[in-house]
Design a protein around this ligand. Structure first.
Ligand code: PLP
Length: 454
């Protein structure tokens, strides 16, 4: 690589430190420590600039589903770039590759989710879903039905609208302004931290009643959509109580509230299915937002899947315009990579592997609950975490200054394992190719790291 003369004394670390602004950067820590510079990846492993190898149990950012370093993914990219690198996708132009992917996604999606709106990533897929809610109800003659119901501990993206709809405590810094009008937040279905006097079933009843009370208070004619990650991801790997999602869906159906499943994390095999809503939770959403595992992170791409019912309402009348989209919507190179990604998953039965090895991971990780610092071990298949507490009985958290999850991750990293620190959690979402032997390494190394930090 040719480096400009002025930069010849610089290293990737100094260039990053002196010039980059990272997402979610903590200014103080970044100024002090800078970044870990990675230079190579293969399967579940990555290497840093000094040649040290790490097992990436984070899966990049929940996304390297088929694993890194696949030559055929790179080849698919190159072939498409040579054939047709780009085409305008607005209105009525497409590429053959983009059309093929639209058809493939419609075939993989549950029920009548047969329409695909391509986006640049997860945030733009969710943003489009939220805007579609208002558009759909307007077309049906209910222009007031625009309210969006979301939950505490949700993360739906980083655009202005999606970050207003999401609500993780750590993100709600005063300096950023959020839209609040017409956005409602219900309690998170956080089973581990439910009120102590409630059983799981009673907690579920309470959550449903909260939703119904909100609709009664605001009026069903003002609430247009409900958005949920089937398992809340970066809000804390929160698996809802049994039956919760189905019952929320039933409430939505009763009031013509569109159910948006944010499957940016849970689709493309993380829970052993193409999409988790129906196959894991028995819910048929009106829209599914997906990204990440769709291309296994090799290139950016997102998609919003829409039901035939929504399409029919929006298309009725014939003269309307759906005035939303991006220069890179339906990008042929991204779509070629997604098609290859799906082909690999099918050929190698990676969904089956995620289900089998994920079940083994759940069982093995549960062993860590015996450690004094561990309050909860939870998640499903390849979407798991441990939550640290100061006291197992009261579930009291350690003070933020204890920084225990960061110290656990740093200790694990020194032993060649990457797990993600997130509040008081350490989170794992490895590639779907993970083996039982690799699970053993992850659990044993994480266990040692937690024991050392205790
Ligand atoms: N939705 C969920 C559940 C996510 O976890 C994320 C990202 O982590 C997003 C949406 C936003 O996706 P992107 O970062 O691709 O915009």
């Amino acid at each position: 690589m040719n480096v400009p003369q002025i930069l010849t004394n610089a290293t990737p670390w100094t260039l990053d430190h002196d010039h980059a602004v990272h997402p979610w950067v903590n200014f103080g820590a970044f100024e002090r420590d800078g970044s870990l510079v990675l230079t190579r990846g293969e399967g579940c492993h990555v290497w840093d600039a000094a040649g040290t190898r790490y097992f990436d149990a984070i899966g990049g950012m929940w996304c390297t589903n088929v694993g890194l370093g696949r030559a055929e993914m790179a080849q698919a990219m190159a072939d498409q770039a040579m054939k047709l690198a780009y085409t305008n996708y607005f209105c009525d132009v497409t590429s053959d590759t983009t059309a093929l992917l639209a058809g493939k996604l419609a075939a993989l999606a549950p029920g009548d989710l047969n329409r695909v709106f391509f986006t640049t990533g997860g945030s733009t897929a969710v943003e489009t879903a939220i805007r579609t809610v208002a558009y759909y109800h307007h077309c049906k003659g209910n222009p007031q039905k625009t309210g969006i119901v979301a939950r505490e501990n949700s993360y739906h993206g980083s655009t202005y609208l999606t970050q207003s709809v999401g609500k993780r405590n750590g993100d709600r810094v005063e300096e950023f302004r959020y839209q609040s009008e017409g956005i409602y937040h219900l309690s998170s279905p956080y089973l581990y931290r439910r009120p102590a006097h409630l059983t799981e079933a009673q907690f579920c009843d309470q959550l449903i009643a909260e939703f119904e009370a909100l609709i009664a208070r605001e009026g069903a004619d003002r609430i247009g959509g409900f958005i949920a990650e089937p398992i809340q991801a970066s809000g804390g790997i929160i698996v809802p109580p049994a039956g919760y999602l189905q019952r929320m869906w039933e409430v939505c159906q009763r009031h013509d509230i569109l159910f948006i499943a944010d499957e940016v994390v849970t689709s493309f095999g993380r829970l052993g299915h193409w999409f988790a809503s129906w196959d894991e939770f028995g819910v048929m959403p009106d829209m599914i937002a997906t990204a990440k595992g769709l291309t296994s992170g090799y290139v950016p791409l997102g998609a919003l899947l829409l039901s035939d019912r929504i399409w029919a309402v929006m298309a009725e009348g014939g003269q309307r315009w759906f005035t939303t989209g991006f220069t890179y919507s339906g990008h042929p190179v991204s779509c070629a990579v997604a098609l290859k990604n799906i082909e690999i998953m099918e050929r190698e039965d990676l969904l089956g592997n995620a289900a089998r090895v994920g079940a083994y991971f759940e069982t093995r990780l549960a062993e860590l609950s015996a450690l004094p610092l561990v309050g909860d071990v939870r998640g499903r298949k390849l979407m798991l975490c441990v939550e640290s507490v100061a006291d197992k009985e009261s579930k009291a958290l350690l003070p933020d200054e204890a920084n225990e999850s960061k110290r656990i991750s740093a200790t694990a990293e020194a032993m060649g394992l990457m797990v993600r620190p997130l509040g008081h959690l350490n989170v794992m979402s490895p590639a779907l190719t993970i083996t039982e032997g690799q699970v053993d390494f992850v659990v044993e190394t994480l266990g040692k790291a937690i024991a050392r930090v205790t």
